[in-house]
Design a protein around this ligand. Structure first.
Ligand code: NAP
Length: 295
């Protein structure tokens, strides 16, 4: 039996992920708060629903890809949420980046209605979402994971069942600690090259061959060189991820170093009005402080 798939949140990430599922032959029901965002999916055969509740009613498995913890709570547990429509035996898979503690609470709430829930945040950006090469970090029950695996394999190329409920979001916090530091370090390096009178594009090329190589330097480094701040990954979502990380770190009584410095830079970028722009905008914060431009 082909599973009927529900999808809530066809944004920069969700739209290509849903499209890949349609192209793999799955029937897909979509809820888009801004209906215009789902037009291209409807043109390829997706059915549009007026509420997340209707998505829950139509589908066996519902995937959510919205913004923040409160958004996931609203589309899953609100009056018109997925939980109000979904049958016993259903599966909810939240692929947004949200707080680990909140995902565990939601999974418990769904379990009371015999509905399984996985947390399955991703890394790989809009590029990976379109190519179906996301890294997917999964927390939750092993049977639910096995059920979802064929769909994960459509959307991603690295899929790891990290552990019980919440473990996927914990892995995503770790992912963001590394990615955030990497974006900030890439901006530092390219701007330093410029100040030192050396071509930053050549420096990027040289670094990509050694231990400093990273997907971030490759993708975001190029965006910085091009001064292309079209999102990508919105600076305000990056700020949200680091807020989640800092809260989770504090919950565990830890004091970590890099994340605090990077979060401060991102905060400045959002205050400067670049929240809807790509997170490569951290470069612009540095440029402002140092009085030089990369390009
Ligand atoms: P986005 O382009 O802003 O898309 C978010 C989508 O969720 C939009 O369609 C939005 O609707 C919808 N949404 C948000 N809150 C909602 C609510 N309360 N009710 C109904 N719909 C709601 O963001 P994105 O870049 O796709 O990111 C989605 C998630 O993936 C975030 O948690 C983000 O941190 C994570 N993520 C993003 C990237 C990346 O590179 N972009 C990479 C990895 C993970 P509207 O269109 O009406 O606003």
């Amino acid at each position: 039996m082909v599973e009927r798939i529900g999808f809530v949140g066809p944004g920069i990430m969700g739209r290509p992920m849903a499209l890949n599922l349609l192209q793999a032959g799955y029937p897909v029901w979509v809820y888009a708060r801004t209906p215009a965002r789902a037009v291209s999916l409807a043109e390829r055969g997706a059915s549009l629903c007026p509420t997340p509740r209707d998505v829950g009613r139509a589908a066996d498995i519902v995937i959510t890809m919205v913004s923040d913890t409160s958004d996931v709570e609203e589309v899953l547990l609100g009056d018109d949420g997925v939980i109000a429509g979904m049958q016993e035996g259903g599966l909810v898979v939240d692929m947004s980046t949200i707080a680990p503690a909140a995902t565990r609470r939601m999974a418990k709430r769904f379990a009371e209605q015999q509905i399984a829930m996985l947390d399955a945040p991703v890394s790989g950006g809009d590029v990976g979402a379109r190519a179906g090469t996301l890294s997917i970090m999964v927390g939750g029950d092993a049977d639910a994971y096995r059920r979802m695996l064929p769909l994960f394999e459509v959307m991603g190329s690295s899929i790891v069942h990290v552990g019980e409920s919440g473990a996927g979001q914990v892995a995503k916090v770790c992912n963001q600690l590394v990615v955030a530091a990497n974006i900030a370090a890439s901006a530092d390096a390219l701007l330093f090259a410029k100040a030192a009178g050396v071509d930053p594009a050549k420096v990027r090329e040289a670094l990509l061959g050694g231990f400093a190589a990273s997907k971030v330097l490759e993708v975001h480094g190029q965006r910085m060189l091009d001064r292309n701040f079209e999102p990508g990954f919105k600076l305000k979502l990056h700020q949200k991820d680091l807020r989640i990380a800092l809260e989770a770190i504090a919950d565990h009584g830890l004091e970590l170093r890099c994340v605090e410095a990077v979060a401060a830079g991102i905060q400045e970028g959002v205050e400067a009005g670049w929240g809807e722009h790509d997170t490569s905008s951290v470069l612009r914060v540095l440029e402002g402080h140092n009085g030089i431009e990369l390009a």
